[in-house]
Design a protein around this ligand. Structure first.
Ligand code: OKP
Ligand code: ZN
Length: 338
């Protein structure tokens, strides 16, 4: 299948992140993007669909914040990456404050999502990659791949978090709807729950969000992804969470995938969007499942049995040396099963 990306995606390079009370090198590194291009070849450049499809998902004030945050940080006399340290977790009034630290807190869910000089351009380029890959599917490709980086599934309409700034899968889903594809399924197989995607579509009955992920009782993002979260209002029943324990291997994973695919079939979508993360890999440095390379081929093959037009959007995966090979193994399965 064809793949798409934007060179700006290489230039988002935060230095470090908070980890268990100390600093570690930022895991979501530019080397991930280089590894993907190394394994798959350069692919095709993203086209620019403009800001409108981004604003169909994200609040204008949040988008303005993302564009300005690093400049405001520098203007405040700071060095390095913009990072927050105060968060309005008890739902304080929606104050539009000027101080950069107050803005960051108001638009964040965590302290692991720094804004560097190249962050906005990279996130924008990744969103355009998703829109370009979507266009390929809507104009006849059976499947296509957006090599998004930074990832997107943790950020919501008005907040960043979990290394995510713009929700690429959600932006593609809304763009597909604008082009007449109403019923959509988003299948999220990243190790972490896609809380942002879930939030965006929680009361939307036309977009199924089905996710297989590490149990949030033990893993980030903790506050979302529990099995009893099933959607609300019109969206009741259109969210499916399948949390699995740390240590899960393919024998434990495959039945959950079958359950998720049954839900996708029952939803009857005209388009499938896969949020693919390779951080379910046994050797992932920040995650705790035990999938091996060949399991990704099985995963891709199983997903391909849905026989749906499919957009694959890249999310996480932090074993950089294995990342390209793991994605390629998944794509082999997707192609072979079709
Ligand atoms: C993004 B994606 C502190 C822990 C924060 C954030 C994980 C984000 C994963 N260092 N971890 O779902 O792969
Ligand atoms: Zn992840």
């Amino acid at each position: 299948m064809r793949h798409f990306s934007d060179p700006a995606q290489a230039h988002h390079a935060p230095i470090r992140e908070l980890h268990n009370g100390g600093w570690m090198d930022f895991a979501e590194s530019p080397a991930r993007f280089a590894a993907l291009l190394d394994a798959l070849g350069p692919g095709e450049p993203a086209r620019d669909f403009g800001i409108e499809p981004i604003l169909a998902v994200h609040d204008p004030a949040y988008v303005t914040f993302l564009r300005e945050a690093h400049d405001l940080w520098r203007a405040a006399g700071r060095e390095g990456d913009a990072m927050g340290y105060v968060f309005p977790v008890v739902a304080r009034r929606a104050l539009a404050l000027d101080r950069i630290d107050a803005k960051i807190g108001a638009f964040s869910m965590d302290a692991s999502t720094p804004i560097a000089a190249g962050t906005w351009a990279a996130a924008y380029g990744g969103a355009q990659s998703a829109l370009t890959a979507l266009d390929a599917v809507l104009t006849g490709d059976a499947a296509s791949l957006a090599l998004c980086r930074p990832p997107g599934h943790h950020c919501g309409a008005d907040y960043m978090g979990g290394y995510c700034y713009l929700n690429n899968a959600a932006i593609a889903a809304r763009a597909a709807q604008a082009r007449g594809v109403r019923r959509i399924a988003i299948l999220d197989v990243d190790y972490h729950h896609g809380n942002g995607t879930q939030d965006i579509f929680y009361d939307d009955g036309e977009v199924l969000f089905a996710s297989i992920h590490a149990d949030p009782k033990t893993d980030f993002p903790f506050y979302w992804g529990h099995a009893d979260e099933r959607g609300s209002g019109q969206g009741e029943g259109a969210t499916l969470n399948l949390p699995l324990p740390q240590g899960t291997d393919w024998a434990g994973y495959a039945p959950a995938l079958d359950t998720a695919l049954d839900a996708v079939r029952a939803h009857g979508p005209d388009l499938l969007i896969v949020s693919y993360g390779a951080d379910t890999f046994a050797e992932d440095p920040i995650s705790h499942f035990r999938l091996v390379r060949e399991d990704y081929t099985a995963m891709g093959g199983t997903i391909a049995t849905l026989d749906l037009p499919t957009l694959v959007v890249m999310e996480g995966g932090y074993a950089v040396d294995a990342l390209g090979g793991n994605l390629a193994a998944f794509l082999r399965g997707m192609d072979g099963g079709r």
